[in-house]
Design a protein around this ligand. Structure first.
Ligand code: EPZ
Length: 430
């Protein structure tokens, strides 16, 4: 089982390049099957979730040509069937984007129901509600979602909860429905906008992405395109907090500062210096940081995917902070691991009360999910002594070359996959 071995205490200093946005790429790759022309996608992040989705697409007949680790050319003219195997949806929930894409193009789709997830139950009732309102018959049989329609027609859809996945999935199906569809109470995340821009580059007619009302005039056909994915604002924010927690000085490059506003505001509030450039931000933390209160909200509010990263940083801040997780019901599991490093934290329902301590101590901890795993790496980098992090496969799902990028900033971190390798590295750094 692969682990990270980390010796904390070094401030992170230097420059780091951010990769393409995983959550934009997952929607865009699925949407790419909606044309029979060839599509080329650039700036793909080379992470496990993307590679698994590409395998799932190949399994239904999409021709995938990897041009490099960050670009791919695809052709979906010969999709043999519209049923995606369970093994793929088990590996990544976002395979469910294939429902909206297949339904939009072929008016039928058969995809396994996504299971639960480490951070919450994550139902997809709103996705299915949207498909039904567009005219699809949706049934669930033997663990599969089967959606089919004679034809898809216009609809006026109100999403009960702001949902990134439902917004993207319904937008894809509506892009090739007849008539004029309005989706209200939409998610406004940058990756929703990126998927809409991608579909429009294929000839779709989508307006309002990035606001809470998206208006779509369906089209009969979509054509090929070449498209670069936007930078990953969550990867960027993760490195911004790594700089803050280790009292470092990091230039985070290849970002869109506007997408980072909530993160930047919080870093400034707790005492960091943050300097914005056209496509970079510089984070400097020279003194012990202060406490703050934060509540996760849909974009442009403070992102839930950045909640563990601020949580571990506040564990070292001066004073008491309150973190409220309003999106998912089980996103504080990392707090138990943090307590094992000496943090003074208490979780009550969807709120964590964090009383800052002077220092954290290295310990053996386990990554409970993707973002919490990355946050525990930040905690280990800020802690004194040596930490071992188990279950880092979660982290590799969404962070490209995570340890290499951290090493380039001065972190003492090694990925090992045996006790022997771990011992060797520990001896070397002790
Ligand atoms: C996307 O998940 C992201 N994943 C998540 O990032 C992110 O945390 C989340 O959006 C919120 O920003 C991808 O984009 C692949 P939601 P998604 O639908 O679409 C409820 C990461 O770390 N809901 O916006 O699944 C849901 O339970 C991952 O990269 C329903 O009730 O999130 C949640 O409470 C983790 N019914 C809330 O809405 C539905 O039909 C927001 O979920 C759909 C969602």
């Amino acid at each position: 089982m692969e682990q990270y071995i980390i010796r904390g205490g070094n401030p992170l200093v230097g420059e780091v390049e951010i990769s393409g946005a995983k959550n934009a790429a997952l929607g865009i790759l699925a949407a790419a099957i909606m044309t029979d022309d060839t599509v080329q996608i650039e700036n793909l992040p080379n992470v496990r979730d993307i590679n698994v989705l590409l395998e799932a697409m190949e399994s239904i007949g999409v021709e995938v040509e990897r041009l490099s680790s960050h670009s791919v050319r695809m052709n979906s003219a010969h999709i043999g069937e519209v049923s995606v195997d369970y093994e793929y949806i088990k590996k990544i929930r976002a395979s469910y984007y294939l429902i909206g894409a297949l339904l939009g193009k072929y008016k039928r789709a058969k995809v396994p129901l996504p299971g639960g997830c480490n951070i919450g139950s994550r139902p997809i009732d709103l996705h299915l509600k949207g498909f039904k309102l567009l005219g699809a018959k949706v049934t669930i049989r033997n663990g599969f979602i089967i959606a089919e329609a004679e034809h898809l027609h216009s609809a006026h859809i109100f999403l009960d909860t702001v949902s990134v996945g439902a917004t993207i999935n319904i937008m894809m199906a509506a892009a090739m429905a007849e008539g004029y569809t309005v989706i209200e109470n939409c998610a406004r995340e940058p990756h929703v906008v990126d998927v809409a821009n991608f579909l429009n580059s294929m000839g779709a007619n989508i307006k309002g992405a990035g606001t809470d009302v998206i208006r779509i005039r369906g089209v009969q056909k979509l054509h090929g395109t070449e498209y670069p994915i936007i930078p990953d604002q969550i990867e960027a924010g993760t490195f911004m907090f790594a700089a803050a927690a280790t009292k470092g000085d990091v230039m985070v490059k290849n970002v869109i500062p506007k997408h980072l506003e909530a993160t930047t505001a919080k870093l400034l509030e707790i005492g960091c210096e943050v300097e914005e450039f056209d496509n970079a931000v510089r984070v400097v933390a020279s003194k012990r940081l202060g406490s703050t209160n934060v509540k996760t909200l849909p974009y442009p509010g403070y992102p839930t995917d950045m909640q563990p990263q601020i949580g571990v940083t506040l564990a070292l801040a001066k004073g008491t902070s309150i973190v409220t997780e309003s999106i998912f019901e089980n996103r504080f599991k990392y707090m138990d691991e943090l307590a094992r490093m000496g943090a003074n934290v208490r979780v009550e329902g969807n709120t964590a009360i964090i009383t800052g301590v002077e220092k954290l101590e290295g310990a053996r901890v386990s990554a409970p999910d993707l973002r919490a795993g990355a946050a525990l790496v930040i905690a280990a980098l800020a802690a004194e002594g040596i930490s071992t992090i188990d279950d880092i496969v979660y982290i590799q799902r969404g962070y490209e070359e995570f340890e290499e990028k951290l090493k380039s900033l001065g972190a003492e971190i090694e990925r090992v996959n045996s006790e022997k390798e771990a011992q060797k590295f520990i001896l070397r750094i002790s």
